[in-house]
Design a protein around this ligand. Structure first.
Ligand code: ADP
Length: 309
């Protein structure tokens, strides 16, 4: 059901490319003022979904409403009120940060815009205002492309894998920029294949795989729903997961790339059983680690696969 607080409403949208079901019946709503993340591995259908909402691709079926307007019928009116982060900075390698932003302002002659200086401040590029875009670091270019998406002071900002390829520090800086946008009342729809990013940044998440939404909720609720327990991780060379499933307290066990992950609802019992195996010489644990469950665990449980960079 859609309501007045929904910035975006998507209902049973499908997009097939021949035999590839890129998007296979997706429904969700994004509320005004939230950061909503679509999380999934490469090829899951995230970009196709976001581009249909932006009006860049047409769905085969289903309905999309943006700010109460129908996509694609009201595409033009929608375009005025949304901002799309595109990798456009590479198109103007010789222009400075200020010049590119000024140029983008000319694309909106009859529209209220955010002044270039304010945009530069919002994305923390004050020291780079006179630098040519080709001389910016990857993280700075990404922040410039976010600024370009904000020129028309949009109500909704779309970010497709905004931090891919960034180092951890640059990624955190961009997260701060995105949180600041939410602070200004913007709605943000973003895609990511980084668990940590979704967990840290998003108010709600849809976990997407093979063109479908597997689960949708707040990060904390998703983790709670699937794991009221603790993860015990280690390596010991055993490849048969059944060797762990019947240990006391274990409610889920997986082995990926030699790393065993046990979810336990009774850590002392499980640890006791593991240690007695070690003492009896039937196991030899390395890198034993006990931690709370994360979204990565949720994804693994839902899909049987790890998300990879
Ligand atoms: P994601 O953004 O999650 O990585 P995409 O939406 O880009 O996933 O792609 C979903 C699936 O649709 C993939 O299998 C991809 O190869 C396929 N696909 C996307 N766009 C096209 C296209 N224009 N033509 C054919 N196949 C496409």
């Amino acid at each position: 059901m859609s309501d007045d607080l929904d910035a975006i409403h998507v209902e049973d949208v499908k997009k097939y490319y021949g035999a590839t079901k890129a998007v296979d019946g997706i429904s969700f709503s994004v509320r005004q003022g939230e950061i909503f993340g679509m999380l999934g591995p490469n090829g899951a259908g995230k970009s196709t979904t976001i581009e249909m909402i932006e009006g860049l691709r047409a769905p085969d079926s289903g309905s999309i409403t943006v700010l109460g307007m129908k996509q694609p019928q009201q595409k033009q009116a929608i375009k005025e009120r949304i901002g799309i982060q595109l990798q456009t900075t590479a198109l103007y390698p010789l222009l400075t940060v200020t010049e590119i932003l000024d140029l983008f302002h000319t694309f909106y002659p009859n529209h209220a815009t955010i002044p270039t200086d304010d945009l530069i401040r919002m994305v923390n590029l004050e020291e780079k205002r006179a630098t040519r875009s080709k001389n910016l670091s990857g993280g700075q270019q990404q922040r410039l492309s976010v600024a370009l998406a904000l020129v028309n002071d949009p109500e909704i900002v779309f970010l497709d894998e905004p931090t891919t390829g960034m180092d951890p520090q640059a990624r955190r800086q961009l997260w701060d920029v995105i949180r600041e946008l939410r602070g200004r009342g913007k709605t943000i729809l973003m895609t990511t294949h980084y668990m940590e990013e979704a967990q840290e940044l998003c108010d709600r998440i849809a976990i997407v795989d093979h063109g479908k939404i597997l689960e949708m909720d707040t990060p904390a609720a998703l983790i709670r729903k699937f794991f009221q327990d603790v993860a015990i991780e280690f390596e010991d060379g055993i490849t048969d997961v059944d060797a762990y499933k019947n240990l006391p307290g274990v409610i889920n066990a997986s082995i990926i790339d030699g790393k065993v992950t046990l979810h336990s609802n009774d850590v002392p019992q499980t640890m006791g059983a593991l240690l007695s195996r070690e003492r009896s010489g039937t196991a030899n644990f390395r890198d034993l680690n006990v931690r709370n469950a994360t979204l990565e665990d949720v994804f693994l449980k839902l899909t049987g696969r790890a998300l990879r960079d």
